[in-house]
Design a protein around this ligand. Structure first.
Ligand code: SF4
Length: 340
C-alpha cells in the first residue's frame, strides 16, 4: 500500500482514472489531486530519502504520446506496451535501475483504454503477435490499486491474433482465475534460488507463494484454477557459491508446484549490469551483497554504443548447459524460449 496517491488533473478526468480513484478511495489511502499535470516535489533530502519516498508514492498520470508508440522487445515478445512505470518492490538487482529517469515513483496510466486501442495496429495479419506488459513494472504488484492487468487480460481474450504476456514476483491471483482469457494470456512468475530471493528481493511474495499462485493460474477450471498458459522466468541467474545446489533446490520446488501437465515455458536470464545501473543500485542499496565486479565479467556493446557486463563465456556456458539439461530432464514437454 502506498503512503500517498497523487492524481494529475488529466488522469483524474479519464474514466479509467476514476476507476482507479474508486479503488484507492475504498482502500482508505490518502489521495491528492494535483493542480497541474507535472509531478514535482518528489525528492527527499538525499538519494536514500528520495528512493524511500518515491517507492511509497503512487502517481496516477496519463501515458505521454511517446508511450503510445510501441517498441519491439526481443526475445521476450514482438512488442512491449506499458500500463505503468515503476514498481513497489525492492530488488537489489532491479532491472529498472537506470532505465527510468527521476525518482522511482510508481506511475500508473489512467488512459488505459487509449493505450489498448493502439495495439491492433501492431498485430501482424494472419499470425500470432505477442505483447509484453511487464517491462517497466510488476503489473500484479499494483493490480489491487489499478485493476489494469485484469482489463488487459479481458481485452486480449477478445482478440483473434493478439497474445499478452506478463510476469510478476507477487502472488495475489484470485481475481484473475475466472477472467475470459481464451488462452491469449501467458502468466509467468519470476523465481530465483533461495539465497538470492530471500536476501535481495525485498517487498515481494516468497518464491513458494509465487509458485502456488502459478499453480492456481495453470490448474484446469474444474480444479478451481484459471487454465492459463504459464511460464517461469528464472532471473537473474547468478553464479553464486554452490549455485548448482541452490538452483537444484529451486527446481525441486518448481517440480512440486507444477506436478501436472500444462502449457509451460521457461525463460532463462543471466545476471548483467550496466555502468548506469550499477551506479543507481549502489545508491539505492549501499549494503547489498550483489556482486558487480567488472573485472570478472565480459563486456558486451550494443549497436547504440551502450555497454553491459555479463558473465565470462566459460561461466555462461556452464550455467546454460546445466539449466537446459535440468529443464529437459524435469519438464520434457516444456519449451525453453530463450537463454540470455
Ligand atoms: Fe525491479 Fe522487478 Fe524487483 Fe520490481 S519486481 S523491484 S521491477 S526487479
Amino acid at each position: 500500500m502506498p503512503d500517498r496517491v497523487l492524481f494529475t488533473p488529466a488522469a483524474f478526468d479519464e474514466s479509467w482514472g476514476q476507476q482507479i480513484y474508486s479503488r484507492v478511495q475504498a482502500l482508505d489511502l490518502p489521495i491528492e489531486v494535483l493542480p497541474h499535470n507535472r509531478l514535482t516535489g518528489l525528492r527527499g533530502e538525499d538519494e536514500r530519502e528520495t528512493y524511500r519516498l518515491a517507492k511509497r508514492t503512487l502517481a496516477v498520470v496519463t501515458a505521454p504520446p511517446s508511450r503510445l508508440k510501441l517498441s519491439p522487445i526481443p526475445p521476450s515478445a514482438d512488442w512491449q506496451f506499458h500500463l505503468a512505470e515503476g514498481c513497489p518492490a525492492h530488488c537489489q538487482y532491479c532491472y529498472l535501475a537506470g532505465s527510468l529517469p527521476g525518482p522511482p515513483v510508481i506511475r500508473v496510466f489512467a488512459n488505459l483504454p487509449e493505450i489498448l486501442s493502439q495495439l491492433p495496429s501492431y498485430e501482424k495479419p494472419g499470425t500470432q503477435t505477442s505483447f509484453e506488459v511487464s517491462c517497466y513494472t510488476d503489473p500484479l504488484g499494483i493490480e489491487h490499486l489499478t485493476g489494469s492487468l485484469a482489463e488487459c487480460i479481458r481485452y486480449f481474450g477478445s482478440r483473434e491474433q493478439g497474445y499478452l504476456r506478463w510476469v510478476s514476483k507477487f502472488d495475489e491471483v484470485d481475481h484473475l482465475l475466472d477472467l475470459p482469457h481464451k488462452g491469449h494470456t501467458r502468466c509467468r512468475v519470476s523465481v530465483n534460488a533461495a539465497p538470492i530471493a530471500t536476501r535481495m528481493e525485498g517487498g515481494t511474495a516468497s518464491v513458494p507463494a509465487r509458485l502456488q499462485a502459478l499453480r492456481r493460474l495453470a490448474l484446469p477450471k474444474q480444479e478451481g484454477g484459471g487454465n492459463y498458459p504459464i511460464g517461469l522466468v528464472i532471473a537473474p541467474i547468478m553464479a553464486i557459491e554452490d549455485w548448482q545446489h541452490h538452483y537444484t533446490k529451486l527446481f525441486e520446488s518448481i517440480s512440486k508446484a507444477i506436478d501436472f501437465d500444462c502449457d509451460l515455458t521457461f525463460e532463462l536470464i543471466s545476471h548483467r549490469f550496466t555502468p548506469k545501473s550499477k551506479q543507481v543500485l549502489a545508491n539505492w542499496y549501499p549494503r547489498s551483497p550483489l556482486e558487480m565486479d567488472e573485472a570478472t565479467r565480459q563486456v558486451k556493446r550494443n549497436k547504440f554504443g551502450g555497454t553491459k557486463y555479463v558473465y565470462e563465456p566459460a561461466t555462461m556456458k556452464a550455467l546454460r548447459q546445466w539449466f537446459e539439461q535440468e529443464i529437459a530432464k524435469r519438464f520434457p514437454k516444456a519449451q525453453v524460449l530463450y537463454w540470455t
